[in-house]
Design a protein around this ligand. Sequence first.
Ligand code: ATP
Length: 695
Amino acid sequence: MIALLKSARSSFISHQILISCNRSHITTTVRQFYGLNHLRPGIQRVDIRNILSTQAYVLRKNVNLGLSKMYYSKGVQTNVASSGSKLKQIDRQYLKRLISLAKPERWKLAGGILFLLVSSAVTMSVPFAIGKLIDMINEQLKSSSEMDKEKLQKQLSQFCGVLLLVFALGGACNAGRVFLMNTAGQRISKSIREKVYQSMIRQETAFFDRHKTGELLSRLSSDTLTVSELLSVKFSDGVRSIISVSAGLTMMFYTSTKLSFLTLVGVVPPIAFLLVVVGKYIRILSKQVQGSLAAANQVAEERFSNIRVVKTFGHEKYECNLYSKKLEDLLQLVYKEAKVRALFFGLTGFSGNVVLVSALYVGAPMLGDSTVTVGQLSSFLIYAGYVSLSASGIANLWSDVNKGLGASAHLWDILDRKSDYTYNAGGIIPESKPRGQVEFENVTFAYPSRSDVTVLNGLNLSIPAGAMTAVVGGSGSGKSTIASLLLRFYYPHSGQILFDGQSVKELDWTWLRKNVALVSQEPVLFSGSIRDNIAYGSVVCDEPSDASTDIFSRIPEEEIWKAAKIANADKFISMLPNGLDTIVGERGITLSGGQRQRIAIARALMRDPKVLLLDEATSALDAESEHLVQDALEKIMLGRTVLVIAHRLSTVRNADQIAVLENGGIAELGSYDELMAKENGAFKTLVRLQTFQTS
Ligand SMILES: Nc1ncnc2c1ncn2[C@@H]1O[C@H](COP(=O)(O)OP(=O)(O)OP(=O)(O)O)[C@@H](O)[C@H]1O
């Protein structure tokens, strides 16, 4: 349980909170949901600058929900609630925003509510009608002659016929309500999912370093579903309960005020109090269950996507145990929740029956003194039944609203998050043809998820246009980081990177991507056909308004073959039974490493980039594959600026210049022969130590 040990005193730094997580599943939940990745079980101080305001809000709210109290030090973030009233204000804002999601479906929802009103009116009028009928029969039976009995039978048939028609109308309205609400819910869910996905996919790379795939998928699937269900089906169920309770109570009082007072006053308040308390506990538990389920899904998702690693090490049994352990944690919580839910529903059922019994107990003697008729007592009892059943529906709505608010807060975090520097369509598009000259000027950089480790420290490197530059250095020295920075996956903390004299930060995103392409060490393909994978490299409109999904299949086949030929991939593709239409499997798993790499080269070629980044492109291949890939690379290098992140002498030897990376900067720069001529030089030492393989 999360517990605050003590409030943040004025001496605390204003952006820190002190929390304690002494159960591992809570720790996992908090870590996953709130991005506090380094959180461990136990007591610790947490810096909430790295978590978004809404996440901080949800974190606080969750704690406030009953796990225990948690305090922020003063002035943490402007929109993090610092008092109960502010929290309510944010609740209202969130509620307004939540409701705004349903606006496009307002006519469907209004239609659903209209059907709901009709069906509720029908349902709620039935007990009254039945009461009247019973009284009528009673009256007629008292003064019964044979003729009267026949008349009564006829009236009864007519009454039942009308009742059946009314029921049919109620049933049709109910069906209409369910259909409209469900379709509106599905459309709301589609629209939220689209928005959330668009926002996610445009986030900068560091966002994906921090958020796990399983977590993002859970945002897309379960949070959007929770919100859309709340706005449609659950909302309408809740409104139905509210109508039933208010109409039921009104009719109870209308039927007999005295009986209503006597029945409700003694029974309802204590039971309502109990229900509120139990309902609140259920809310807390269901949140914990969601978190635990997400943790179990995370394990399965990660293992399936890395199944070959599991198989390579033969860890199937270990993984099964690990998953079982997660499920066991989940099961314990579900047991707890089931117990409380059972108590909750038991109490609701019991309260309903208590109301009925008290109505009977108080009402039966009233029959004697004719204060109520048999018909009135009957309809009163039915209304009392409706009220007690629907009261739990209102409790459920309350819990759903809270759940929906929590889920929507996760979604606002993603929707509101602006990835301003990565995707800046509308940046500078140089008028002249690109030359491909790249400069790293005094670049200092640390990864956002590990901000205390400086990877590049004042790096200066000039990469001449049309030439080949190789970067070498020990493992972890920052070679791939250079490529990531040029591709604008991340931004340097200081210094700048220039492309033809223009800071890459200011260049139009699409233009930059058209002119710089990367072929990485482990090229990943998508699960479609070879054709789709190669065509993926072509430049297409990146605006979401271009909703067509077949843009890649419209790329002329000759262009694809041309790229495949230069990449030495044409021969093996034409030998496959389905040629370009061969499906490559998840991540291209049905192809060999060399084949994947050549498809990736063809893919990069499709956009005819001016600058080509080759990140250890040949290191994982056998001699024949390497030859084919190397040959392909040599062909595509012509006329382009090439930056090779090299491990092999075969590539380095041909380079126009070699940069040796050490301690975050360039230790040596020169041609192969120049660097080898330096007796105790860094490059020569690297070669001697065979940090990168000789071929
Ligand atoms: N996404 C990331 N988040 C945090 N740290 C990272 C990330 N990627 C790399 N690093 C760290 O940055 C440093 C430089 O990594 P980089 O991949 O650039 O090295 P490299 O020289 O290419 O290594 P290798 O030759 O082993 O591939 C390493 O210490 C690595 O642990």
